[in-house]
Design a protein. Structure first.
Length: 91
């Protein structure tokens, strides 16, 4: 079974591409709300601090957030794996 790609004009593509930031914002906010409702709390960076936000709106300081890492084009980043046992011990 073959699927034909729908062709869009440059004007239509520009209009669709302008929607991307708003769609990404809505998806991020939705994921945040879903994670908060499922687990009861989420970790987030707030004014340079790592804080735990609770479902009731309270904030608990966890640690000072590390500075963001600047990445160069083509740079390979190695991410360490968090062991399942260590991750499950956190609440």
């Amino acid at each position: 079974m073959s699927i034909k790609a729908k062709k869009h004009s440059d004007k239509e593509m520009d209009a669709l591409e302008r929607q991307i930031p708003d769609l990404a914002k809505m998806a991020t906010m939705s994921a945040y709300a879903r994670a908060l409702s499922v687990s009861g709390s989420v970790l987030r960076v707030d004014s340079g601090d790592l804080v735990r936000m609770s479902l009731d709106g309270s904030k608990t300081f966890v640690a000072k957030a590390k500075p963001r890492r600047k990445v160069k084009v083509g740079e390979v980043i190695t991410v360490r794996r968090v062991e399942a046992q260590a991750a499950s011990g956190r609440t």
